[in-house]
Design a protein around this ligand. Structure first.
Ligand SMILES: Cc1cc2nc3c(=O)[nH]c(=O)nc-3n(C[C@H](O)[C@H](O)[C@H](O)COP(=O)(O)OP(=O)(O)OC[C@H]3O[C@@H](n4cnc5c(N)ncnc54)[C@H](O)[C@@H]3O)c2cc1C
Ligand code: FES
Ligand code: FES
Length: 478
């Protein structure tokens, strides 16, 4: 489709045109689009950076089984073309045919779950997505679901109670009754790629990997996005005009997952919330990392490829992927190559990826039963926070209890994710005893010159890095 997108809103297919006379650009956020409509102003802006959840809406998407799957997302971080072929649901859409409240709204009323009400539409939408996806969620699941919604006045007890009450039933509602009709509407939207050219910006959303690679070859300066949870901040916070964007979020090949006895291969476009389900049993340290990753609304959009693509020194995935010995598959029109996660980052936000390449998948070798891998994240709060220091460690001991192989990776300690090679070298071949680990703690300093910033001083980072090694020893010395 050219200069036009289509999605379902208010029970019908809506088209939005782009171009020099349009009110919208391809980086107009869904939040700003909605705030410009007369009947969708329940959605609020709090932070415009994914931290408060006031802007939460729900996106419905067709599954392979021809059902609609509902995800809560932050509309402040979602570019309008990312809605193409999907259903957009806002708080205004929740009322029933006779104006009655949706069960999640009624439960919030019953539990006195709103005071000033600023956060309430966002909370309602987060709980609506939970209502549609989980039956009888545990208190932990509810608390995790609400971690992306800040409420400064009501307090979370009534919200937790309301969620438990609302989600105790069978999930039936007006949306369930209308699902078949919405499936037809979604199927009626052409599913080919979209191409938008609007004044200073061009935005392409190819529908296949080959089409995407051809575009990348033609446009070496284009910015690749998938979930855009990192890139969108350049628009919402820095007010940058991004001239060329290639959005690979609709490429099915990037969402493939394959598993065999040797490795798990995860498509670079698999969303973090899906990755959590895939790695839960076989890669516990990876799962543990993802439990601390942002909050639901971000995880429902952000991808694994996007996380490693940022090459952020405080990105959470890279340390743990290096510890697991993962590698990345990079594809261009010229061919495919494999780069080890440990060799992917070349400096501050610089990677091995050439401009004509896309990360297509991440290969995670299955660790042996005796391998111990842990992830640690030191941050000012548990949820929805950036690491001050993070670490992922891997240990293999020989039968005599000596260190056969050890990998010590740190985030937040340098301009990129980095291994403490001096410490690794010292520990190799030594007994896994506290006295050697205490000696090794002092060596961690040799590999890093951390900076002081708002998250922590250099000294704090050094102490935390040393202590994480001791913590690892205490957890694995059994
Ligand atoms: C509120 C908030 C909380 C966050 N919390 C965390 C957190 O706890 N831990 C953490 O690590 N990060 C966090 N992030 C950062 C961000 O959400 C993640 O890095 C996320 O995984 C990025 O994925 P994405 O698909 O949205 O990437 P995008 O923004 O689409 O892209 C990010 C970068 O990767 C590149 N890229 C994307 N896909 C590909 C591909 N297939 N091939 C090659 N390059 C590609 C892009 O060009 C871009 O440079 C947070 C962000 C926000 C806004
Ligand atoms: S406005 Fe705060 S998360 Fe979107
Ligand atoms: S009710 Fe006031 S911020 Fe939540």
């Amino acid at each position: 489709m050219k200069n036009c997108i289509a999605f379902v809103l208010d029970g019908k297919v809506v088209e939005v045109a782009f171009g020099t006379t349009s009110l919208f650009t391809p980086t107009t956020t869904v939040l700003n689009y909605l705030r410009g409509l007369p009947h969708h102003r329940g959605v609020k802006e709090g932070c415009a950076e994914g931290d408060c959840g006031a802007c939460t809406v729900v996106v419905g998407e067709l599954t392979a089984a021809k059902k609609v799957e509902y995800r809560a997302v932050n509309s402040c971080m979602l570019f309008l073309p990312m809605l193409h072929g999907k259903q957009l649901i806002t708080v205004e859409n929740l009322k029933g045919p006779a104006g009655e409240l949706h069960p999640v709204q009624q439960a919030l009323v019953n539990a006195h779950g709103s005071q000033c009400g600023y956060c309430t539409p966002g909370i309602v939408m987060t709980l609506f997505a939970l209502y549609k996806s989980a039956s009888k969620p545990s208190r932990e699941e509810i608390a995790d679901t609400l971690a992306g919604n800040l409420c400064r006045c009501t307090g979370y007890r009534p919200l937790l109670e309301a969620a438990a009450e609302a989600c105790s039933g069978d999930g039936r509602d007006e949306f369930a009754k209308d699902e078949a009709r919405v499936v037809d509407l979604l199927n009626s939207i052409p599913c080919e790629g979209i191409s938008i050219s609007s004044g200073e910006q061009c935005y392409d959303q190819p529908a296949s990997l080959n089409a995407c690679l051809a575009l990348l070859e033609k446009r070496p300066d284009a910015i690749v996005v998938n979930g855009a949870t990192d890139v969108a901040l350049r628009v919402t916070k820095e007010f940058e005009v991004l001239p060329q964007i290639i959005d690979c979020s609709r490429i099915d090949e990037l969402r493939e997952v394959a598993s065999d006895s040797g490795a798990l291969t995860i498509g670079a476009g698999v969303r973090v919330s899906e990755v959590m389900k895939i790695v839960r049993h076989d890669f516990p340290a990876f799962h543990q990392m993802l439990e601390l990753f942002a909050a639901g609304q971000i995880r429902n959009v952000a991808t694994l490829g996007g996380n490693v693509g940022t090459a952020s020194p405080v990105g959470d995935a890279l340390p743990v992927l290096i510890a697991y010995g993962a590698s990345f598959i990079l594809r261009s029109r010229k061919g495919t190559r494999t780069v080890r996660a440990a060799e992917f980052v070349r400096g501050y936000r610089k990677t091995e990826r050439r401009t004509d390449e896309l990360i297509t998948s991440i290969v995670l070798p299955r660790p042996s039963a005796r391998t111990k891998i842990r992830f640690y994240k030191v941050s000012k709060r548990r949820n929805l926070d950036i690491a001050t220091v993070s670490a992922a460690f891997k240990l293999d001991l020989d039968r005599g209890g000596r260190v056969d192989d050890i990998v010590l990776v740190y985030g937040g300690m340098a301009d990129c994710t980095k291994r403490s090679v001096t410490t690794e070298g010292f520990l190799k071949g030594k007994p896994w005893d506290r006295r050697y680990v205490e000696e090794a703690q002092r060596l961690v300093d040799n590999d890093f010159s951390p900076i002081s910033d708002v998250r922590g001083s250099a000294e704090f980072r050094r102490i935390a890095a040393r202590n994480l090694l001791l913590k690892f020893w205490s957890e694995t010395n059994v």
